[in-house]
Design a protein around this ligand. Structure first.
Ligand SMILES: *[C@@H]1O[C@H](CO)[C@@H](O)[C@H](O)[C@H]1NC(C)=O
Ligand SMILES: *[C@@H]1O[C@H](CO)[C@@H](O)[C@H](O)[C@H]1NC(C)=O
Ligand SMILES: *[C@@H]1O[C@H](CO)[C@@H](O)[C@H](O)[C@H]1NC(C)=O
Ligand SMILES: *[C@@H]1O[C@H](CO)[C@@H](O)[C@H](O)[C@H]1NC(C)=O
Ligand SMILES: *[C@@H]1O[C@H](CO)[C@@H](O)[C@H](O)[C@H]1NC(C)=O
Length: 947
């Protein structure tokens, strides 16, 4: 993100173009030439113009006065056409639909009439940001021989770039790029435009500015040779062109290139030494590639370098060496250095203080260690300083307090410790972003301290700020993000806090010891108050709020007011009020909660039936676990077809398990009906649940046989899952990672599984009245990790097919009427660490394996089994056998260690896949840059973990 300087040349042209849109229309002294007017009318005729932007273009009018048309002030020839649409919403992911609609209304589309060629004196043509998505760039553009300026950026043309553009020998400025941003963000891996060769570009002998960003140049292997040899070229932008490396570098000595942007490609060599023979280079952007190794020594000879962005590569070097080579001659001119997310190591040395012009410095997401040098205080121009997510230790350097121009200070997730004094901040009057969570710093300013800054972002999570609530926040009227979680605050949160800022988007006070009653929260998007001691009724919130986490508090009373007291529709997507003391019924007025995806009301004292209006929501997770609810499951629940997790366990629900779940709730991954009063048979139709990984029907009154068709639970048959619904459905927001989570009972213990949930597979039918044999078909569930059929009335032999469940870690068949032997196939169950077949009528020898002998007697008694570990020896043909072997328990723990590391690998992968979804929909423009910045950092943090 080169936020400091816009390359001068493009900036001037841009200003000229903008100025022209506002002032060039309607030259007063000249009247337009009739043939040109006719040509323009033909042009208009073929254009689609939904908002009637060209309404001034009418028959008989003076075309020199038409919007977007500029005539020469002496000859009256039309020489400029500026038909650019307004910029599209920058915040493309989450811009409100209305903003997009407004933008789309303002674009011109359709086709371009060749009558344009009548405008023989046209020097400047600007169609930027329109929607020509149905056509290619017309061939005849190559005949507009007078053109010096051609801007078709973000105009959505499709197909191949016509080669005869190369005939425009007077062209100085050519911009065909720009939609790459949309392409990247939408996650598409298709490029709309391509060029198979760039040979045509060599005809553009006057060209000073070239932007082909977002054009697929994968086949144009001559790109480097052609562009770097253009004699006049000053700026080259080939961002997101699907350039693959390594590439051969043909560099001439004579290049005057000042700006080179090759970001967002797949160049994967080391950075070539010859690149730096570009003596005039001012700005180099190679970010988001796969450059690796060390920086070339020629770096020392780039004496005009103002900005260098090498972020998001794999450069592996000591930061002090890099500073050393940069200090050779660019010491005085370097304004911006971004090496975020590489493999930099080493310490920051005092040399840093010599880069007096430095405005923007980002070294985040590397492995830099040691202290922040005191010389940092000498960077008097510095506005942006980001060293977050490194391994910096030592104290918060007091000299940071001298950086009077500093706007962004980002040091979060390092190892800084010690005390921070309020006097350090006295000169930081321009500070707007203070991001420092994840350090063990102590900050307890004098109670009368009034900060000299007005911050928009304050993140001090894990700092020691308590025990008093930080009163100095009282004057931070511009705050939009606040994180003071895990900060040791045990104090009352007073009403002033919630009215502090009209811009509050995000407030995280979680994991403190805060108390008090909250009546109203003026926060637009995210509130996390979890794990505190807040009391009283649920607070009123803004209808825009999307994430509300109140879990682990003592909020009490009824849900009626909170849920029903609004005729407006709610934006709430994530609502977690679990583990509080709510009571009464869940009210039946969810009609306005259409965005709601996660509803967790577990561990409260709620009663009544499941309200039918929940069908209006968009639920992915419904958790009502451990309440006192009752009744049959309402058939309206079948409309919640996106449900992935349904947990109704530990209530008093009754009736039979509904068969419609099988086809209506086809996305279910977790279905928990445990500890209720369900009766009847297990409906065969639920075998249609292809995604189901965890089925828990334990502790009910369910009778009949175990359906053979359970073998159809295909998600339980896959041994190593690579992705599933949980990957696609990410829930998260700035600074927070929210998983779908579920409490599951595995190995006889209830635990919460969230980030690992996708790896867990379990089937628990224990404590029911199931009869018949254990279907051998269950052996097909080779991905199952936990199987519990205990406390039923199951009879017959244990099929040796059960031994096919190689991944099973927990297997409980105890307290049934099983007979026969333990199948020898059980010796294949290498991951087993919880095993119980006690209280059956089993006979014969316990098979020998690394695992089966490691459980104690209680897993086997009372049966008629023999051989280790039970004391009874087996008599085979009169010869007692003895399989005991003391090494085996060691073998077991090794196996388990191996397994743990597999799981960790999976979990890490999961972060990477979900991460792109971790952005909030409703960020507004004003916040965009910051948010993109933060969001991207988080994204990369997660992605890093995925490597
Ligand atoms: C015509 O435009 C040129 C620049 O394009 C300007 O220098 C000149 O003063 C203008 N002449 C009149 C009569 O406006
Ligand atoms: C910082 O970490 C290094 C090891 O990486 C250690 O040698 C040094 O003592 C630490 N400094 C402080 C102040 O903790
Ligand atoms: C603030 O600026 C003044 C004047 O330049 C300087 O004397 C003082 O040391 C600075 N304070 C800090 C904390 O750096
Ligand atoms: C929950 O409700 C039951 C019965 O209504 C009551 O006995 C119990 O005290 C309640 N628990 C809490 C924590 O309010
Ligand atoms: C246990 O099995 C034996 C034969 O294997 C049988 O004689 C006995 O009746 C069975 N006991 C029960 C309680 O089923």
């Amino acid at each position: 993100m080169a936020s400091v300087t816009i390359p001068l040349f493009s900036f001037l042209l841009f200003i000229a173009a903008v100025a022209c849109v506002s002032f060039c229309d309607g030259n007063s002294n000249v009247v337009c030439i009739e043939s040109e007017r006719e040509a323009l009318l033909k042009l208009k005729n073929d254009l689609i113009d939904p908002s009637n932007r060209l309404s001034s273009w009418v028959e008989g009018g003076d075309c020199c006065k038409w919007v977007g048309v500029a005539c020469h002030n002496l000859t009256a020839h039309v020489h400029q056409l500026h038909l650019a649409a307004p910029f599209p919403p920058t915040d493309d992911y989450f811009a409100p639909v209305a903003e997009w609609e407004a933008y789309e209304q303002s674009t011109l589309g359709g086709t371009i009439n060749p009558s344009l060629l009548q405008l023989k004196h046209l020097t400047s043509l600007d169609l930027r940001s329109n929607n020509f998505s149905s056509i290619q760039i017309p061939d005849f553009f190559g005949l507009l021989g007078s053109l010096t300026y051609l801007n078709l950026s973000q105009a959505q043309f499709k197909g191949t770039i016509p080669h005869n553009i190369g005939n425009l020998s007077k062209l100085q400025y050519l911009d065909l790029g720009g939609i790459s941003f949309w392409r990247r963000k939408s996650g598409r891996d298709q490029w709309d435009m391509e060029a198979k060769s760039l040979e045509w570009v060599s005809g553009l002998s006057s060209l000073q500015y070239l932007d082909l960003g977002g054009v697929d140049l994968n086949k144009a292997t001559d790109w480097l040779q052609v562009t770097f040899n253009l004699p006049s070229l000053l700026e080259l932008h080939l961002s997101d062109c699907n350039l693959k490396g390594p590439t051969q570098y043909y560099l001439v000595n004579m290049s005057f290139l000042e700006v080179v942007d090759l970001s967002y490609n797949f160049l994967n060599s080391s950075i070539p030494n010859s690149l730096y023979s570009l003596k005039h280079l001012k700005s180099l952007d190679l970010s988001y590639n796969e450059f690796h190794g060390r920086l070339p020594t020629s770096l020392e000879h780039l004496c005009n370098l103002k900005e260098m962005d090498l972020s998001y590569n794999q450069i592996d070097q000591n930061i002090s060496e890099i500073l050393q080579s940069l200090s050779n001659c660019s010491l005085d001119c370097l304004e911006s250095l971004n090496m975020e997310y590489n493999h930099l190591s080493g310490h920051l040395t005092d040399q840093l203080g010599q880069f007096k012009s430095l405005v923007h410095l980002s070294l985040a997401l590397n492995r830099i260690s040691g202290p922040i040098p005191l010389s940092i205080g000498e960077l008097s121009s510095l506005k942006f300083f980001d060293v977050s997510r490194n391994q910096l230790n030592g104290t918060f350097p007091p000299s940071l307090g001298q950086l009077a121009n500093l706007e962004t200070l980002s040091i979060e997730q390092n190892l800084l410790e010690g005390v921070v004094s309020e006097t350090y901040f006295s000169n930081l009057t321009k500070l707007t972003q203070l991001m420092a969570s994840g350090n063990t710093l102590r900050f307890q300013p004098n109670s009368s301290w009034v900060p000299s800054f007005q911050c928009e972002i304050i993140e001090l999570g894990q700092w020691h700020l308590g025990p008093k609530f930080p009163g100095w926040l009282k004057v931070q009227r511009n705050l939009s993000f606040l994180d003071i979680s895990h900060a040791g605050i045990s104090d009352v949160v007073l009403a002033w806090f919630w009215n502090l800022s009209s811009k509050f988007e995000y407030v995280d006070l979680s994991s403190n010891d805060m108390i008090g009653v909250i009546s109203y929260m003026n926060v637009r998007t995210v509130v996390d108050l979890s794990s505190n001691r807040f009391t009283g009724p649920l607070p009123r919130v803004l209808p825009t709020l999307e994430y509300l986490i109140l879990s682990n508090n003592s909020f009490s009373g009824s849900l009626v007011e909170f849920v029903c007291n609004s005729s407006e529709s709610r934006n709430m997507r994530f609502l977690d009020i679990s583990t509080n003391v709510l009571f009464g019924e869940i009210p039946d007025c969810w009609n306005q909660w259409q965005e709601l995806m996660i509803l967790n009301l577990g561990n409260n004292n709620l009663t009544g039936e499941i309200p039918s209006s929940l069908a209006y929501t968009n639920l992915v997770e419904l958790n009502l676990q451990n309440n006192s609810m009752f009744g049959e499951l309402p058939s309206t629940l079948r409309n919640c077809s996106r449900l992935v997790i349904l947990d109704l366990s530990e209530n008093n629900f009754n009736g039979s398990v509904p068969a419609w779940m099988g086809h209506k709730l086809s996305n279910l991954v977790v279905l928990r009906l445990r500890s209720n009063n369900f009766d009847g048979h297990v409906p065969h139709k639920i075998c249609a649940l292809q995604s189901l990984q965890n089925l828990d029907l334990a502790h009910n009154n369910i009778s009949g046989a175990i359906p053979k068709c359970f073998s159809n639970f295909s998600a339980m048959t896959i041994k190593y899952k690579t992705s599933n619904y949980l990957d696609r459905e990410g829930f998260g927001f700035y600074g927070k990672l929210v998983y779908l989570s579920a409490l599951l009972v595995l190995k006889g213990r209830e635990d919460e599984y969230s980030s690992t949930l996708r790896l867990v597979t379990s089937l628990d039918l224990s404590a029911n009245s199931l009869i018949g044999e254990i279907p051998k078909e269950l052996g097909a569930l080779t991905g199952l990790r936990s199987l519990n059929l205990s406390w039923n009335l199951l009879t017959g032999n244990i099929s040796d097919k059960i031994g096919n469940m190689e991944l099973v870690e927990s297997l409980d068949l105890s307290v049934n009427l099983l007979h026969g032997g333990i199948p020898t196939s059980f010796s294949n169950l290498n991951f087993l660490n919880h095993f119980n077949v006690s209280y059956n009528n089993l006979t014969g020898q316990i098979p020998t394996s690394t695992q089966l002998q490691s459980f104690d007697n209680f897993s086997y008694m009372p049966n008629h089994l023999c051989g280790p570990p039970v004391s009874k020896t087996c008599i085979t043909k009169g010869v007692p056998t003895d399989g005991g072997d003391s090494e085996e328990s060691n073998g077991r723990s090794k196996v388990n260690g191996f397994y743990v590391s597999i799981v960790v690998g999976f979990v890490m992968g999961f972060y990477g896949v979900v991460a792109p979804l971790f952005f909030i929909r409703s960020w507004r423009h004003a916040y965009y840059q910051k948010l993109d910045y933060i969001g991207r950092k988080l994204y990369v943090f997660w992605a890093t973990m995925g490597r």
